[in-house]
Write a protein that binds this ligand. Structure first.
Ligand SMILES: *Cc1c(COP(=O)(O)O)cnc(C)c1O
Length: 361
């Protein structure tokens, strides 16, 4: 059994070099006679790992000193609720920009904790494009503006950071974090479930401007309060040590690859190769998203005849291409091109697509 080219949307491919290193170190980490999973998170060795992982992430994203970096749990979904708990008080309002499945979910999970203003939505257009900026109904009293820079299921991505004035911008970057450089100072809060572009599931990376930590005013258990996590270096309780370790290895790997500017170049090359193959197929394959809003990370596409889907999936897997089945909400295929998916994987995919089209006419 060898590893296949893995296009899974999440949990997704991890860099092979990271997995190999974890395998080498699994039984005896740092010569301590135990695996990293079997050590106290309060011990010197693990605390060193945690600090290094944060330092590497700060370096990669050039995170300013007035931002805290938290390594949390609960998936992005838990933070859909925890963000309004921490950023909004009783009766406060927040703006939501909804451009796909995850933004819709973020807004509905926030609703018990904050008055959600649906400031913009492209749902009426089946999320095929971004809502034009001049139609956004931002509320000047909003405590924050939430959006999803990359919609993992619908394959829609903002190619720039929206300007929302002085209201803190909150971004669910679960599927685009570390895919290229971002100006962190444009955001009040960035969060991401790890299982797309960072490491295994069960870990959430959250970057928050420190002044926003002071906002949490409602009664809540400490485990929900970001300020308590920050004051305890994300060790308020036992963290996901294995996830933190793998995330740290991924950060080191990204630095060895030349950092996020290099990743952006590679990711753009991968995306243009695949979109080129789709658009150049004479309608055999289709991606319906407005080209100005196409995701460079998650590329949904359909075949001209849906009756061929099962053949496409069976034959692609036999050709060494894993997990191309689209999300059930929109059907068809989806190829996710995270950092750990190399250009060679995309070359193999477009070669297969051309060959499939030839054989199935
Ligand atoms: C996968 C994903 C989520 C859900 O993450 P969980 O960790 O399963 O809660 C949320 N938002 C986006 C953008 C995603 O891609």
């Amino acid at each position: 059994m060898s590893r296949l080219w893995n296009f899974s949307a999440g949990p997704a491919a991890l860099p092979q070099a990271v997995l190999e290193r974890a395998q080498r170190e699994l039984l005896d980490w740092q010569g301590c006679g135990a695996s990293v999973m079997e050590l106290s998170h309060r011990g010197k060795l693990f605390v060193g790992l945690a600090e290094q992982a944060e330092a590497d992430l700060r370096e990669l994203l050039a995170i300013p000193a007035n931002y805290a970096v938290l390594f949390l749990q609960g998936g992005a979904t838990q933070h859909f609720a925890q963000i309004p708990m921490n950023l909004a008080g009783e009766g406060d309002r927040a703006d939501y920009i909804v451009t796909g499945h995850w933004g819709e979910k973020a807004a509905s999970e926030a609703a018990p904790y904050v008055k959600v203003n649906l400031a913009a939505s492209s749902k009426g257009e089946h999320y095929l494009r971004l809502p034009p900026r001049d139609t956004w109904q931002l509320d000047p009293r909003a405590t924050y503006v939430h959006y999803t820079p990359n919609e993992t299921i619908h394959g829609v991505e903002f190619h720039d950071v929206p300007d929302v004035g002085d209201v803190p911008l909150v971004a669910d970057m679960s599927s685009d974090i570390l895919s290229g450089p971002v100006d962190v100072s444009r955001f009040g809060l960035i969060y991401a479930g790890a299982q797309k572009n960072i490491g295994p599931s069960g870990l959430v990376v959250l970057i928050i401007r420190r002044d926003l930590l002071e906002r949490a005013s409602r009664p809540m258990a400490r485990i929900f309060r970001y300020a308590d996590h920050a004051a305890n270096d994300s060790m308020l309780n036992t963290p996901n040590t294995w996830g933190w370790y793998l995330a740290g290895l991924t950060f080191q790997w990204l630095r060895q690859q030349g950092g996020l500017a290099a990743m952006r170049e590679r990711n753009h090359a991968k995306a243009s190769l695949l979109y080129g193959a789709i658009d150049g197929s004479g309608g055999y394959y289709r991606n319906p998203i407005d080209p100005a809003a196409r995701s460079r990370t998650n590329v949904p596409f359909t075949l001209h005849d849906g009756n061929l889907d099962a053949d496409f999936l069976r034959e692609s897997e036999a050709a060494g291409l894993l997990a191309l089945k689209g999300h059930k909400a929109i059907g068809g295929m989806r190829a996710s091109l995270y950092n750990a998916v190399p250009l060679d994987a995309v070359r193999a995919l477009v070669d297969f697509m051309a060959d499939f089209a030839k054989r199935h006419g």
